[in-house]
Design a protein. Structure first.
Ligand code: SF4
Length: 184
């Protein structure tokens, strides 16, 4: 059964923001559907989803396409001093370890042979993929406005602890099922 998600944050007395709204507010980004070659190239590295995005993927039967990973890009960007453990879309060359490890032929598990996102039509695209655009280049990049950092902060937020725990519990359950299947 699909998990009911509550907004993780509230501002003021009557306004509650979803994680997506919160990240849009922090980064100034809006959802985009650009399909240019530069945007498609970003899908060599799986985009990052909030805990809620990943739970939705699990609810939709995609747990086997997910993988634990360590997000190290923040160290490179100088915005955090440690790797952050996450569960995200799998990289199909198995080298998911952050920007530095991704090979030329690697791609997100949801990147289709026609260069599109398998999740797009289902409304399941992770937040970073929804907000990323080719216009962010090294010369206008600002770490404090980074969408990936804003998404990673959702994993670190105490407000999302219950959702993170549920994602981890379900992923461990999936892995246990897999190892039981292989030992039968
Ligand atoms: S989930 Fe979709 S948008 Fe995100 S990297 Fe994969 S193919 Fe690209």
């Amino acid at each position: 059964m699909a998990t009911k998600l509550k907004p993780a944050y509230s501002v003021g007395r009557n306004v509650r923001l979803s994680p997506l709204q919160r990240i849009m507010q922090k980064t100034g980004r809006r959802p985009t559907e650009c399909k240019c070659s530069l945007c498609k190239r970003q899908c060599h590295t799986p985009c990052l989803g909030t805990p809620q995005d990943i739970l939705r993927l699990m609810d939709s039967g995609y747990t086997s396409r997910l993988s634990p990973t360590l997000w190290a890009a923040g160290i490179v960007m100088g915005i955090c001093d440690t790797e952050v453990p996450l569960i995200q879309a799998r990289c199909e060359d198995g080298a998911w370890g952050g920007l530095l490890d991704v090979g030329a032929d690697s791609h997100c598990t949801f990147y289709t042979s026609d260069g599109l996102c398998e999740l797009h039509q289902q409304g399941l695209k992770p937040t970073e993929g929804r907000l990323s655009h080719h216009s962010t280049r090294i010369d206008n990049f600002r770490a404090s406005k980074s969408v990936s950092w804003a998404v990673v902060q959702e994993w670190l937020s105490p407000d999302n602890a219950d959702v993170v725990a549920e994602v981890v519990r379900r992923y461990n359950e999936y892995q246990d099922e897999q190892s039981n299947t292989h030992t039968l």
